[in-house]
Design a protein around this ligand. Sequence first.
Ligand code: DON
Length: 566
Amino acid sequence: MRTLFLLLVIVFASCKNDRKISEVKKPKLGVVVDSAMVVSARAEASRIGLNIMKEKGGNAFDAMIATEFALAVVFPYAGNLGGGGFMVYRTQYGEVGALDYREKAPMAATKDMYLDDNGNFISNKSKTGSLAVGVPGTVAGMFAVHERHGSLPMEEIIAPVIKLAAEGYYLTAAQAKRYNKYAPIFEEVNDSKSIYSNEWKENDLFVNTALAETFKRIAVNGRQEFYQGKTADILVNFLSSKKGIITKKDLSNYEAVWREPVIFNYKDLKIISMAPPSSGGICLAQILNAVEEFPIAAYGHNQPRSMQVIIEASRRAYADRSHFLGDPDFVEIPVDSLISPNYLKGRMQEFSFDQATTSTAISNGTPFGQESTETTHYSIVDSFGNAIAATTTLNAAFGSKVYSNELGFFFNNEMDDFSAKPGEPNMFGLIGGEANAIEPQKRMLSSMTPTIVEKNGEFWMSVGSPGGSQIITSVMQTILNVYEYDMTMQDAVNAPRFHHQWLPDEVMVENYGFDEDVLKTLTSKGYQINYNDAPVIGKVDAILRKPNGSLEGGADHRGDDTAVGF
Ligand code: DON
């Protein structure tokens, strides 16, 4: 008994040391500028986007294309040509819209493609190697943006990206470490060495000639180069040689789709976010609508009552996500009912401040009228008043790890975002149902939440994050931090975050900045606190328009993220 007691003391003490509870000492105010800004995961990409506006006179959409493509060069961890994403915009005239350039399941995909003969889920198959790859959407997405909103010629937008890939960029310490860590995995998956195989150090120049050549062909031949041209041939031959199932027909059939964004109010804010096939907008609306009923500013930031309300609203939203959401081209989603305040009020009826609701007690609700680990986000505002929020991904870090030496880029493993088998969690622990089952040509459900917020009818914030299932809760807390807790944009991004996603039934908290007593109070009410598995929750990049019209960037200190502007 005594030994057990001692053991518990030691375990408890070591946990306490691991927790490093301390205040985040970061600048209070982010970069502040007068008229235009780009905030992205890498300084080079932010600068290329900014120069398109500052030196070439382009708009936020031109800057978006340049930034997205530059991230494919300098941030291959998540930036991509072999993946997909979502974008939400608000123009200078107040028009809003959303673009879906999400990957699709190949035509030869089947519902059971990741199950063995006994119906067991072979989890690795949807995560690593060519069978995990969805049909990429990024190039189609950028050309769709250009066609509808671009103002500069595509060649001019792509030129600095080609230069960046051909002349190289200097590695940050984190990046060199990451390339070295993953290189053996790339070699194993691809059965060959690549430019990542060298021993990299901070400040080494990293050149990707093959990617520069791919971009040159795209600049000259346009969208069709990727979906029907030489690049398509190389891509299909390469993936087929690795037992992949993507065909030229899959590529030529691919289209990015303009969608109606999810729009809702939170108090006097109007929030415009991503519609299905992302769950982001709907879950964000569900959580914020439920939270709106409670005076969370009075409860205090990251205090027991405010955390309880947010946790319980999140628990219910993620339960609905799992049941109702999937590709709207394949399943009917009762969007209006799911985000109606009446439905959400009912969902919170069982909630009590005395005791945690258990996730087993919560399944999906019955909305009225029901008849019917890597990603990257960037935000851009131009001097004309256009704003965009875009999140793009390969899913896991470097996606499926499949890398074409000839094309110079990695392929996604987005197929893992489908629910491969009911009840089996994907890599983010998300459990899905029939609505998100694999079907040929279907888009897999996402959590990406690029979001634009208006206040008093004017642009107020552009925000988004990577983090898989944690994206939605990161975006939600960032908005609340500024709106309810009067934080600057940078402070709102820096503030420690927590997360609950229905299943597993636990509250993930970042490993710093939470008050020990607050967590104890939550534990006493039946909340399972997990501070070991989420050293980082989200990596938010955002722009806030201040009352005097200036723009403040929030670039997440959790990464190498950088805000630049003029
Ligand atoms: O679309 C999704 O929800 C996921 N594929 C996003 C992956 C992600 O954010 C990984 N980042 N840490």
